[in-house]
Design a protein around this ligand. Structure first.
Ligand code: ASP
Length: 360
């Protein structure tokens, strides 16, 4: 679907993958319903100006404050999925679909369930190399079809930012805030303010004005555009807890595991008096397992401040700085999927590929 550029607006592709935003109320609660989101978009005047020339697109919004409109098309996935059902294959599919339409649109908005949105956003940030156009993930806690809902603000905000202030990163827009996708995490199961970005301020906020933190936006990614969909499925996350036995750890790190996100205490600490656990990790790392240390705390970073943290580094665990667990897992899948030598994989894991961690 090739579209001519529009001087008074942006061409946006809206990809509906599923999630609460497009759900319909059924006998057993909210269910995904094919075609239902399109009906809602047609019904809402803020999202569809039916008196305006759509220039061949499915929808056009009214004018945003700078006078520009979003001319947008809707693609609905079949089947629509609760994001709890998504996995690495879906991330690869979304990345490939974005690449297929890359040349025809100025920006992309992915409607997605909130439960695993931060994982998909992180995975896409690593998959889209040389990205020059905005990719914004959004969704809602209450379906767009309900009278009182947060979906309208979230979709309108995403289309508005894509049109008025395009930020060429994978971002996540929710409750008036635009987060870097690989820094975001869902921190509230029921509040409308469901996401946060604990280690970096939002890239933009919508209040009376649209306030953009240009100083935080990544410089253009100069690499040629390409999509990387080779992901290792053999990655896992393990939250450390007091009393973990070495048998449990040894079982967990067995083949075919290739990469482990170890969620440790505080500033990256593990019990340095538990030689049995450290021995299991050391042996697994010796066999080729890549272990990345991130903190269980919502905010903060892995540091070498404590002996209890250094013990992990001494057996070869890689410090993951202030990566979120979502970014850590998807980054491991991405880096290990590329089949690099251990040194190269380690330096990629410790580097900032797409602004996902803070280099001390
Ligand atoms: N379970 C839903 C999902 O993640 C929740 C939501 O959309 O907010 O798909």
């Amino acid at each position: 679907m090739s579209r001519a550029p529009t001087p008074d607006g942006a061409r946006v592709l809206l990809l509906h993958t599923g999630g609460t935003i497009g759900m319909k109320e059924g006998e057993r609660g909210y269910v995904p319903a094919p075609g239902f989101l399109r009906e809602q978009l047609e019904r809402l005047p803020q999202l569809s100006d039916r008196s305006a020339d759509r220039r061949g697109h499915d929808f056009v919004t009214p004018r945003f404050s700078h006078g520009r409109r979003a001319y947008y098309d809707l693609i609905e996935y079949d089947p629509l999925l609760d994001s709890a059902n998504l996995d690495l294959r879906d991330w690869a599919r979304f990345a490939t679909d974005l690449a297929t339409h890359e040349a025809d649109y100025d920006a992309f908005v992915l409607l997605h369930g909130t439960d695993t949105m931060a994982f998909t956003a992180s995975a896409l940030s690593f998959a889209l190399e040389g990205q020059t156009k905005p990719v914004i993930l959004t969704g809602s806690q209450i379906p767009l079809a309900q009278l009182r809902n947060d979906g309208l603000d979230n979709v309108l905000g995403s289309l508005g930012i894509a049109t008025e202030a395009p930020i060429p990163e994978v971002t996540l827009f929710f409750h008036h805030q635009l987060f870097r996708g690989n820094r975001a995490t869902k921190h509230d199961a029921s509040g409308l303010d469901a996401f946060t970005s604990p280690n970096i301020a939002p890239l933009a906020q919508i209040g009376v004005e649209l306030d953009i933190r240009r100083d935080l936006v990544l410089p253009p990614d100069e690499r040629p555009f390409r999509v990387r969909t080779e992901l290792s499925r053999h990655v896992a996350a393990l939250r450390l807890y007091p009393g973990m036995t070495h048998e449990i750890l040894a079982n967990f790190v067995r083949a075919p595991l290739e990469g482990l996100v170890l969620e440790t205490y505080g500033a990256g600490n593990a019990p340095d008096l538990r030689r049995d656990l450290l021995d299991v990790l050391e042996a697994a790392i010796g066999r080729g397992l890549v272990v990345l240390n991130v903190t269980q705390c919502l905010r903060g970073t892995v540091s070498g401040a404590y002996a209890a943290g250094r013990a992990l580094a001494e057996v070869g665990v890689i410090p993951g700085a202030d990566l979120t667990p979502e970014a850590a897992l998807t980054k491991l899948a991405h880096v290990l999927g590329r089949g690099l030598k251990r040194e190269e994989a380690t330096s990629m894991l410790m580097a900032s590929l797409r602004g996902e961690l803070t280099i001390d």
